[in-house]
Design a binder for this molecule. Structure first.
Ligand code: ADP
Ligand code: MG
Length: 449
């Protein structure tokens, strides 16, 4: 095996195990400079890469090298300016990698990423309403739906849609758009208070014509930030400036949210994004393939779409792995190989639902401590989440009633039966509850805990 072949074999395995953006960042300009009996010297483009490879990737690199040639016991990284990249090691990266890099080139003023547009946003019945409302807002900001509140589970396109609206409006002067995550907003408030420049902070947000705040659920329990946001909200609203918000759940289900904010959020248009059906999932895969200028066998696409049902980000992840593999190996994948390649993705331990995971997710959904669920408290804020936990243990894991009772702080099996019956009956007449439980379910199946 030549050095070139050896390194290519290493890259092939690494590429498959890390994100394509990371791969491009850390491995694109590397090659083997020299191979001694038990040591390989890898050429890297700069000191930063050297440190990074040494500290973060040395173990896997060494392991792969050792598997290929068991005499190799050490890897050294050397910065070399004249990198003689062997032709074959130049990995031509799919378009997507370029796009992913753009994420780091966000517009500083607006925080908008040009990658997210309406043109590449696929519409299906699951997001039709949210899309229509977003489109209308982008056509006449501040007048049709204010605020616009979009909610839905993880990886289903909230950020994409919010950014698409922002990008659409941003082209039109004199509109000044600003996108922030609620975490960024919160840390802004905190540091403004600390540094005594609250006025400056205020004016920064109050001078925009469109304010977009993503993942507003993280304002839960943050009193000071909520207060600041309330004033910003009112100030913009009174001037007919557009406010666009997203959350993983509807306003009424955000715990520890001040009533006055909740009613503000509900005062405009609320639209949800649910789960895409299989046809839409395939359509999304096709759009992503087109963006990457790649192609995959139709049966492979169907396979991915049938396996990944509730997270578009993961759908894309699977696609990235397969297209990267094809590109690297210069051959198209058949269904069987694709299945093998994606296996790890589907049986990752994250997918396994356990009673512990259910308890953890329900308690965090309701902003409670896990142990609150295990107490005997009769407080309304605790009884309902506890009953929902019991119901989910029964529904999702088919747990026995005695087990459920015991798991939730040593309660009797009759308590578990009562809780499950109560929730089932309630679900028949209460749409809010069924929506809430669906959101929890999505988290249970999506959350890499
Ligand atoms: P969320 O903010 O809801 O967690 P994102 O907006 O980050 O989800 O979406 C995750 C990924 O899925 C993004 O890469 C996005 O481009 C893609 N995506 C989501 N919805 C769509 C859609 N309707 N059409 C095309 N791509 C989508
Ligand atoms: Mg998001």
């Amino acid at each position: 095996m030549t050095n070139q072949e050896l390194w290519q074999a290493v890259l092939a395995q690494i590429q498959f195990n890390i994100s394509s953006a990371n791969f491009a960042t850390w491995f694109q300009k590397t090659c083997i400079l020299e191979k001694k009996i038990n040591k390989v010297v890898v050429s890297v483009p700069n000191n930063f890469s050297k440190e990074w490879l040494k500290n973060k990737y040395n173990k896997p690199i060494l392991k792969i090298l050792h598997n290929l040639d068991f005499e190799i016991k050490e890897v050294e990284y050397q910065v070399s300016k004249i990198i003689n990249i062997p032709e074959k090691a130049i990995v031509s990266l799919p378009e997507n990698d370029q796009l992913e890099f753009n994420e780091f080139q966000l517009d500083k003023e607006t925080n908008l990423n040009p990658r997210y547009t309406f043109e590449n946003f696929v519409i299906g019945s699951f997001n039709e309403l949210a899309h229509a409302a977003g489109w209308a807002v982008s056509k006449s900001p501040g007048t049709v739906y204010n605020p616009l509140f979009i909610y839905g589970g993880v990886g289903l396109g909230k950020t994409h849609l919010l950014q698409a609206i922002g990008n659409k409006i941003n082209g039109k002067r004199p509109q000044k758009v600003k996108y922030v995550t609620s975490e960024k907003f919160t840390s802004g408030v905190v540091s403004a208070i600390k540094n005594h420049n609250v006025e400056e902070f205020k004016s920064k947000f109050r001078s925009v014509s469109v304010l977009i705040i993503d993942d507003i659920q993280f304002l839960a329990g943050k009193t000071k930030t909520q207060e600041e946001f309330f004033h910003t909200f009112n100030s913009l609203y009174e001037q007919n400036k557009q406010i666009i918000l997203s959350s993983d759940r509807p306003p009424k289900a955000i715990p520890a949210l001040e009533e006055r904010l909740r009613s503000r959020f509900e005062g405009g248009m609320t639209a949800d994004i649910s789960l895409p059906d299989i046809e839409t999932r395939i359509a999304i895969l096709k759009v992503k393939l087109h963006e990457r200028k790649a192609s995959l066998d139709g049966r492979v696409l169907e396979y991915i779409a049938s396996k990944i049902q509730n997270n578009i980000r993961e759908l894309e992840g699977a696609l990235n792995k397969l297209t990267a593999f094809q590109k690297f190996n210069k051959r198209s994948l058949d269904l069987e190989t694709s299945k093998t390649l994606l296996k790890n993705l589907f049986i990752s331990p994250n997918r396994v639902v356990t009673p512990q995971k259910i308890i953890k997710i329900v308690s965090s959904f309701y902003d409670l401590k896990e142990k609150d669920l295990l107490t005997r408290s009769r407080k309304k804020e605790i009884v309902k989440p506890r009953q929902i936990t019991m119901y989910l243990l029964r529904e999702e894991l088919k747990s026995s009633f005695p087990f459920i009772g015991k798991r939730l702080g040593g309660k009797d099996h009759t308590t578990a039966i009562y809780a499950c019956t109560k929730i089932s009956q309630e679900l028949k007449k209460n749409d809010n509850l069924s929506e809430e439980i669906n959101l929890i379910r999505q988290r249970i199946y999506n959350n890499p805990l």
